[in-house]
Write a protein that binds this ligand. Structure first.
Ligand SMILES: NC(=O)c1ccc[n+]([C@@H]2O[C@H](COP(=O)([O-])OP(=O)(O)OC[C@H]3O[C@@H](n4cnc5c(N)ncnc54)[C@H](OP(=O)(O)O)[C@@H]3O)[C@@H](O)[C@H]2O)c1
Length: 276
């Protein structure tokens, strides 16, 4: 992917140097994006000084100054302050019509379009927390003003922190939020429960923790790397009359599939409520 970046050395501004903004910055630099082409903004001078010292990118507390020179603007700020910042930048964005990428949860393309004044190429994305360690899963949705080149650029930028998938319909972002957005917490809960179950079987806390985590990691890696389906992989571990079969039987009887369906449905409903 880095060869794409070397050809496309657009000026990028990341608005908001928090968890996600800093992770995207780090991801871009890891993928060899030229540091002099990146500007990151924040309200905290201290945060920006630390970033400047560590990464040698351009930093400023002035969003307008930064975005005026930008071909790509990534909004990595909290949803609550999005409208205020977008309205402040709308005149400048209308003049240059840069590619706008939003990672803000629940903020629709039409809201961003309204704040910025219309006819702006906008990509709405939904990353998840593992993006903080370069292992994220990000869904992307593009509005009608996006060119093929901009699609490519946005994808390459978000790929710096994990995998990316394109959505044809914006409303599917709520489903993505419920699945991969909230998903890390579901897995943390399962990991917690499995670890505690191991302790109840007499294993030390540390042993139980390590065995649970390595098993989760190993299972995910096997599933990602294997040619076989998840069902085939599960069946391969579940020999008839064996130990796993007994464990799986309890989980199926407790209707784990229905529980996961209900959990994601509740999360999706909440995402819809927050977005409206
Ligand atoms: N974290 C995740 O896992 C995740 C996943 C998916 C989507 N998202 C989305 O990503 C966005 C950022 O999340 P985050 O976790 O990175 O939040 P965050 O850590 O709070 O980062 C936002 C940063 O923007 C700064 N900021 C506030 N006002 C600003 C302004 N006027 N101009 C420039 N910067 C300003 C904040 O400073 P202060 O802290 O001083 O206010 C903070 O450093 C959110 O919209 C969230 O919905 C996050």
């Amino acid at each position: 992917m880095s060869h794409l970046f070397l050809k496309n050395t657009e000026n990028i501004t990341i608005v908001g140097a928090g968890n996600m903004g800093s992770s995207l910055l780090e991801g871009l630099l890891t993928k060899q994006y030229p540091s002099e082409k990146i500007t990151i903004t924040d309200v905290s001078v201290e945060k920006l000084n630390q970033i400047k010292k560590r990464f040698n990118v351009n930093t400023t507390t002035n969003n307008l100054d930064a975005t005026e020179k930008s071909d790509i603007i990534i909004f990595a700020i909290k949803p609550q302050i999005f409208s205020k910042i977008a309205l402040e930048l709308s005149v400048s964005i209308q003049q240059k019509k840069p590619l706008v990428i939003s990672i803000a949860a629940g903020i629709t393309v039409s809201s961003i379009q309204n704040w910025l004044g219309g006819e702006i190429p906008i990509i709405r994305s939904m990353p998840n927390t593992p993006a903080l360690i370069g292992c994220g899963a990000t869904a992307l949705f593009a509005n009608d003003y996006i060119t093929q080149k901009q699609r490519h650029l946005a994808e390459t930028i978000l790929r710096a922190v994990g995998i990316t998938l394109w959505l044809d319909e914006e409303k599917l972002i709520d489903a993505v939020t419920a699945l991969s957005g909230s998903g890390p917490a579901y897995f943390f809960l399962i990991i917690e429960a499995l670890q505690q179950a191991g302790e109840r079987l007499g294993l030390s806390k540390e042993f139980s923790r390590l065995l649970t985590l390595q098993t989760a990691y190993g299972a995910a890696r096997m599933a990602l790397e294997s040619e076989k389906s998840i069902t085939e992989l599960r069946k391969a571990v579940t020999s008839p009359g064996g130990t796993t079969e007994q464990g799986i039987k309890i989980l199926e009887e407790a209707n784990i599939r229905e529980i996961m369906a209900k959990a994601t449905l509740a999360a999706k409903k909440r995402a819809e409520e927050l977005g409206s």
